[in-house]
Design a protein around this ligand. Structure first.
Ligand code: PHE
Length: 339
C-alpha cells in the first residue's frame, strides 16, 4: 500500500501541464470526490494499527505535494500568459494625446497676426501698475468712475498700486520710451472688479493698438479697422462707427461689424440689429500725447482696443464666458489652432 502512495507522490512531483484544463484534470484525479486521496483515506480502516501513523503521514505528504503543485503550475501559467501579452508585437501602441491651444490664445494670436502683417509690432507691459500708467497718463479725470473701487482692484493706496483695468497702460509705457513713428499692438490680461456671470468676468484679455506719426487721420483709423474686420470675420464684412467717449481719445467711436451669424438679417446673437459691437477706438487725445512728451502739433495718432473673450465668443459662438476659465477638456478639445 505504502509503495502505491509513493508511486503517486512521484507521479504528482513529475507532473507538468500546458494549460489550465490539464491542471484541472490533475486536481480532480487526486483531490476530487472520487480521487486517489479520498480512495486512500477510505482504505484507512483496513490498515493494521501499527502502520496507521505512517500511512496517514504519507497520504498527507501526497496531499500537500499535490496542492503545492497545482498552485505553482497555475502561477507559472499566469506568468507566461502575461509575458505573451507584453510581447505581442502586433498590438497597436498607445495614442499620444496632443494638446490644443486655448481659444483665447488662438484668437489673440490671430488678431496680432493680422496687425503684424501691416507693420504693427507687439509690445507688452506689467499687469500690476501705478495710477499714472492706467489713468492719469491717459487723461482720466480725477473723479472718473473707472478709478472707483468698484471697478479697479487696488493693491495699495497713496500712492496707488493696482491691477491694470485695460492694456492702454502699455500705450503710455510705449510712448514714454519710444519716439514716433509708433505702430504697435498690445495684447494682455486685464482685471476689473466685476461679478462673474455668463457675460462678464473679473479677468479677461484685450488687444489694443496704437499708431502715432505725422499726418495720421481718422480715415487711416477707419481703413485699418476695415482691413482688420475683413481679415477676422470674412471679406464681405462691413463696419460701422458710432460716436462714443474714452478719456484718452478724441473723437472716440465704437465699431460694429455685420453679424456673420445671420449675415446682417438679424438673429438673437446680434439682438436682431444685424450688427455686433467689437471694439472701441479713436484719435489719441492731444493731452495724452503732450503728457507723454510727444509734440501734438507735429504728431497725431489713433488707438483702438478690443476684448479677446468677446471676439472668441463671436467667432466660435460660445454663449458663456465662464467656460474659458473652467479648464474642462471637453470644451477645450474642440479648438484647433492655425496659430
Ligand atoms: N481701453 C479701452 C477699454 O478698455 C478700449 C480702447 C482702447 C478704446 C483704445 C479706445 C482706444 O475699454
Amino acid at each position: 500500500m505504502l509503495e502505491e502512495i509513493k508511486g503517486l507522490i512521484k507521479e504528482a512531483e513529475q507532473f507538468s501541464a500546458k494549460n489550465i484544463d490539464e491542471i484541472e484534470k490533475f486536481r480532480i484525479k487526486f483531490l476530487g470526490k472520487k480521487g486517489e486521496i479520498t480512495k486512500l483515506f477510505s482504505e484507512f480502516r483496513n490498515i493494521p494499527a501499527e502502520q496507521k501513523k505512517d500511512f496517514g503521514q504519507t497520504i498527507n505528504t501526497l496531499k500537500n505535494i499535490v496542492i503545492e503543485k497545482i498552485t505553482s503550475l497555475k502561477n507559472n501559467l499566469e506568468d507566461t500568459q502575461q509575458q505573451q501579452v507584453s510581447l505581442d508585437l502586433s498590438m497597436s501602441g498607445d495614442n499620444i494625446e496632443l494638446g490644443t491651444r486655448h481659444p483665447i490664445s488662438i484668437v489673440k494670436n490671430e488678431i496680432t497676426d493680422i496687425f503684424s502683417r501691416v507693420g504693427f509690432i507687439v509690445s507688452e507691459g506689467p499687469e500690476i501698475e501705478d495710477d499714472w500708467h492706467v489713468f492719469s497718463g491717459l487723461n482720466f479725470p480725477k473723479e472718473h468712475p473707472a478709478r472707483d473701487m468698484q471697478d479697479t482692484f487696488f493693491i495699495e493706496k497713496d500712492p496707488d498700486i493696482l491691477l491694470r483695468t485695460h492694456t492702454s497702460s502699455v500705450q503710455v509705457r510705449v510712448m514714454e520710451t519710444q519716439k514716433p513713428p509708433i505702430r504697435t499692438i498690445l495684447p494682455g490680461r486685464v482685471f476689473r472688479n466685476e461679478a462673474i456671470s455668463a457675460r462678464a468676468h473679473c479677468i479677461f484679455h484685450q488687444v489694443e493698438g496704437l499708431y502715432i506719426d505725422e499726418n495720421v487721420s481718422f480715415a487711416d483709423l477707419k481703413q485699418t479697422l476695415l482691413y482688420f474686420a475683413r481679415e477676422m470675420f470674412g471679406k464681405d464684412t462691413k463696419i460701422r462707427l458710432r460716436p462714443s467717449y474714452f478719456p484718452f481719445t478724441e473723437p472716440s467711436a465704437e465699431m460694429d461689424v455685420t453679424c456673420k451669424i445671420c449675415g446682417g438679417k438679424g438673429c438673437n446673437v446680434c439682438k436682431y440689429t444685424g450688427w455686433l459691437e467689437v471694439l472701441g477706438c479713436g484719435m489719441v487725445d492731444p493731452n495724452v500725447l503732450e503728457s507723454n512728451n510727444i509734440d501734438s502739433e507735429k504728431y497725431t495718432g489713433f488707438a483702438f482696443g478690443m476684448g479677446v473673450e468677446r471676439l472668441a465668443m463671436l467667432k466660435y459662438q460660445i454663449n458663456d464666458l465662464r467656460l474659458y476659465f473652467e479648464n474642462d477638456v471637453r470644451f477645450l478639445r474642440q479648438f484647433k489652432a492655425a496659430f
